[in-house]
Design a protein around this ligand. Structure first.
Ligand code: FPP
Length: 247
């Protein structure tokens, strides 16, 4: 039986977050530029979106560009920005056909005007779609996001809209960029790196972490199914004991 057919539909995650890593190494191995690696990574994005759509997974969050990625050589940053614009432009039709809704988390005010304009245009165009939500983390880092949430909460306290004693975990969640999205139950990172790299630090508190050696441009539907199979083999205890879960 194929891996896909072994998956238990009722136990699929509602939200999968992915660190798409290894584009540079993939390209280098082929004697090509890092940018070639990023371009080649787009087909892996399509594969994951298709697979997630077929399985009726609700949300996919992709770490497309971190706050720290601005420190990369200008040539690479420019190429990544151009790739975002061209991919969003060319994929909007497919999003409409497949009922995919685009959303973005991150400090989008730091993005070049054209990138921001294209993203906002696609977000608006796909806003009524009710299938998979593709959530792109762009110019995103969890420390930036948490700092921003703290500022928003402090402002509410200052304006007497919120009592300090009323602040709880939900207050924090509600002030993050993912306020309307369930926390990811599964986080996948490709390329063999075993780090979270400032990605969704609050939201991943109880996520299952899955690391594989595949470099992102080689990541295919089968790799995604493997990650989901692994997820389904885990016992998610949320601090309880195994015995308590069996009751
Ligand atoms: C990390 O690999 C990858 C990125 C920083 C960019 C990922 C972006 C894409 C695949 C384009 C996706 C486009 C859309 C619209 C979602 P790396 O460069 O750090 O690889 P390395 O660790 O091998 O150097």
């Amino acid at each position: 039986m194929s891996v896909k057919n072994q998956l238990i539909k009722e136990r699929l995650p509602e939200h999968v977050a992915i660190i798409m890593d290894g584009n540079g190494r993939w390209a280098k191995k082929r004697g090509n530029s890092r940018v070639f690696g990023h371009r080649s990574g787009v087909k892996a994005v399509r594969a994951v979106l298709e697979a997630a759509g077929e399985l009726e997974i609700g949300y996919i969050t992709l770490y497309a560009f971190s706050t720290e990625n601005w420190k990369r050589p200008k040539l690479e940053v420019d190429a990544l920005m151009a790739l975002l614009v061209s991919t969003i432009t060319s994929e909007t039709k497919t999003f409409m056909k497949n009922n995919v809704r685009l959303s973005v988390i991150g400090c989008i005010d730091t993005l070049p005007k054209e990138v921001k304009r294209k993203l906002v245009e696609c977000i608006e165009k796909t806003s009524q779609n009710s299938g998979l939500t593709l959530n792109l983390a762009i110019s995103y880092s969890a420390r930036w996001e948490i700092t921003d949430a703290v500022k928003k909460i402090a402002e509410q306290v200052k304006n007497n809209e919120l009592d300090v004693d009323a602040i709880d975990a939900e207050t924090i969640s509600n002030n993050l960029t993912t306020a309307n999205i369930p926390d990811p139950e599964l986080m996948i990172r490709t390329s063999g790196e075993l780090r979270i790299s400032n990605f969704l630090l609050w939201q991943l508190a109880y996520a299952e972490l899955y690391f594989c050696d595949t470099l992102w441009p080689d990541f295919q539907k089968e790799d995604f199914y493997e990650a989901l199979m692994d997820f389904q083999s885990r016992e998610r205890r949320f601090g309880k004991t195994s015995e308590q879960l069996k009751k």
